[in-house]
Ligand binder design. Structure first.
Ligand code: ADP
Ligand code: MG
Length: 297
C-alpha cells in the first residue's frame, strides 16, 4: 500500500501533511499503535464502545474528542489513585461514609468533615487523635488519609512501632539520614498507635528529629491512647517529650475521643461479650479498661 510521501503543506510549525494528502485508511490501521505511543491506553482499550456511544449521542467532532479525552483522564486518575493508595500502605479500607458518628458522640462530625477538606494538609498543619482503644482512631486516620490521597497529596501510613523501629535501626546501621529523608517525603505522614508499647530509650530523640524536619513542611496525623500529658512517660524523657509536643501542637488540631470501644459495642450487640459483675472483662483488649455496662437492645 502506497503511503503518501508528500511534504507538509505550509502550516507554520507543523510537518503534518494536508488532509487530502493523507492515506486515512492507513492511519486507521495505525490507530492502535499511535494510541499506544501517545499512552492513551483507555481510549485504545475502549475505542469501539466510546465511538459507538459518541455516534449514538450524535456528538460533533469536538464533542467526541472531549468525550474520548475525558475517558482517558478518568482512567489515568483511577490508576493514580490506586497506585497512591498502594504506596500509602493503609492497613485496611475505611471511609468517612462508613464512620458512624452516632456511635461516638464525643466526636464533632463538623470538625471531621472540615478535616476531610484537607486544608490542614495544604497548610502543613498536624492532627492529633487521642482516645482509648477501639474508638475509631485508626478508622479516622485511614479515612482522612484516603481523602488526602484523593486530593493528590502523597500519604504514608505507619505505626509508631514500625517508624521508631526503623529509625533506631537506621541509627545503628548508619542509615538514619536516609530513613529520616524517606519519612519526611510524604506530604502527610500518618503515625498510628503511639503509646501502646514501650519505646527504646533513644526513640524520643529520633522522633524529635523527624518531627523537627517535618515541622511546617509536611503534616503529621498521629494517634495515641495516652493523653499528651503522659507523653513524657511514653518517650521516657520529659525534655524530649516537651520539645516534640511544642512542634507537633503548634498549628495543630487535637481531636479527643471519649467513649466506648466500637469493637466491644459490636460484640455486646451480638451477645458475644457481656461485661461481668465487678467490671472485669475477658475480651483481652489491653488498656481498654473495664467495659461500661450498657443497656442491651
Ligand atoms: P482505635 O484505632 O481507636 O483502636 P479502630 O479505628 O481500629 O480503633 O476501630 C476498631 C474497629 O471498629 C475498626 O474496624 C473500625 O472501623 C470500627 N469502628 C470504630 N469506630 C467506629 C465508628 N464510629 N463507626 C464505624 N466503625 C467504627
Ligand atoms: Mg488503632
Amino acid at each position: 500500500m502506497a503511503r503518501s510521501k508528500q511534504p507538509a503543506t505550509a502550516t507554520a510549525g507543523t510537518t503534518f501533511p494536508a488532509a487530502e494528502a493523507v492515506d486515512i485508511a492507513q492511519l486507521v490501521e495505525d490507530l492502535d499503535g499511535m494510541l499506544t505511543r501517545l499512552r492513551l491506553g483507555a481510549i485504545r482499550e475502549q475505542l469501539d464502545a466510546l465511538l459507538e456511544e459518541a455516534a449514538r449521542r450524535q456528538l460533533n467532532l469536538r464533542e467526541a474528542l472531549a468525550w474520548l479525552c475525558a475517558a482517558e483522564v478518568a482512567s489515568k486518575e483511577q490508576r493514580r489513585l490506586s497506585m497512591a493508595l498502594t504506596i500509602a500502605h493503609f492497613p485496611f479500607v475505611r471511609t468517612l461514609e462508613g464512620f458512624e458518628f452516632e456511635a461516638q458522640p464525643s466526636i464533632d462530625p463538623g470538625k471531621i468533615r472540615d478535616l476531610a477538606t484537607c486544608r490542614w494538609v495544604a497548610n502543613g498543619d498536624n492532627v492529633v487523635l487521642l482516645g482509648p482503644p477501639g474508638v475509631g482512631k485508626t478508622h479516622l486516620e485511614v479515612a482522612l488519609g484516603r481523602e488526602a490521597v484523593a486530593r493528590g497529596y502523597t500519604v504514608q501510613f505507619t505505626t509508631a512501632m514500625e517508624l521508631l523501629g526503623s529509625l533506631v535501626k537506621g541509627q545503628q546501621q548508619g542509615t538514619l539520614e536516609v530513613r529520616l529523608a524517606q519519612y519526611s517525603k510524604p506530604k502527610l505522614l500518618i503515625i498510628d498507635e503511639l503509646g501502646y508499647l514501650p519505646l527504646e530509650p533513644q526513640a524520643g530523640h529520633l522522633f524529635f528529629q523527624l518531627i523537627s524536619r517535618r515541622y511546617e513542611q509536611g503534616s503529621v496525623l498521629i494517634s495515641s491512647n495516652r493523653p499528651v500529658e503522659e507523653w513524657d512517660e511514653v518517650f521516657g524523657d520529659q525534655v524530649v517529650a516537651a520539645a516534640i509536643l511544642d512542634r507537633l501542637l503548634h498549628h495543630s488540631h487535637v481531636v479527643t475521643i471519649r467513649g466506648d470501644s466500637y469493637r466491644l459495642r459490636e460484640k455486646r450487640r451480638s451477645g458475644l461479650f457481656r461485661p461481668q459483675a465487678g467490671g472485669s472483662s475477658s475480651a483481652g483488649i489491653g488498656g481498654a479498661g473495664p467495659p461500661t455496662p450498657t443497656k442491651e437492645a
